[in-house]
Design a protein. Structure first.
Length: 207
């Protein structure tokens, strides 16, 4: 089984939309281990609509829209790491984290710890807005220090060539392309936008 982790520099940066586009492009299956916040569409539902591909049930579905550890505590449960083993399937599995790398799952484990334990390749999604150089560089440093195999950085937002190049050069990381903001957000629109993403590099990393 081939597994690929999608993480981000922050929350609400387009990580789920990128995950949906990649799931469709690779004819993959999507899994989000923990869903915090159940009002409105969940990330799995969004990915299913945009990708037309299968999604697997979350290990935890927590009502409060907050950090997973706080949402779990609010629901009177504790997230157990043993329940977060990636499902075994024959297709490529796209796994999406929540927020950034240092989001706690419980009072002792961050998402980064989980990614390092899985030993699956990682794509970091970063927005192009002000502050992204700092956030992206710190995230890449954390991933590398944890021993994670980082395929590259995918950007979301308006083009900022100088900023993107600074990150690529100073962090010595592949640029996997950039998604413009898609409006309206549809499956067809996402497919067109994903033509800007370097799928060849991603496929090569998956083997």
């Amino acid at each position: 089984m081939k597994r690929l982790v999608i993480t981000g520099t922050d929350t609400d940066i387009g990580k789920t939309v990128f995950a949906a586009g990649l799931t469709a492009a690779l004819n993959a299956t999507y899994w989000k281990p923990v869903q915090s916040g159940l009002a409105g569409k969940t990330d799995s539902e969004i990915v299913a609509e945009l990708s037309g591909r299968p999604t697997l049930p979350e290990a935890y579905r927590l009502p409060l829209p907050a950090s997973p550890h706080l949402s779990a505590e609010n629901a009177g449960v504790e997230i157990e790491i043993d329940r977060l083993l990636p499902p075994t399937i024959t297709e490529t599995l796209i796994i999406e984290g929540a927020g950034g790398l240092m989001v706690p799952l419980n009072r002792s484990i961050f998402y980064l710890d989980l990614f390092a334990h899985w030993k699956a390749p990682v794509i970091l999604v970063a927005r192009t807005a002000l502050g992204t150089i700092n956030h992206t560089a710190l995230s890449l440093m954390a991933l590398r220090n944890a021993g994670c195999d980082v395929i590259g950085v995918a950007f979301v937002g308006a083009a900022e060539p100088a900023v993107e190049q600074t990150i690529v050069q100073m962090c010595n990381i592949p640029h996997l392309g950039r998604l413009d903001m898609i409006s309206p957000l549809t499956s067809a629109g996402l497919t067109r936008a994903f033509e800007a993403i370097d799928l060849a590099t991603i496929r090569k990393a998956l083997g």
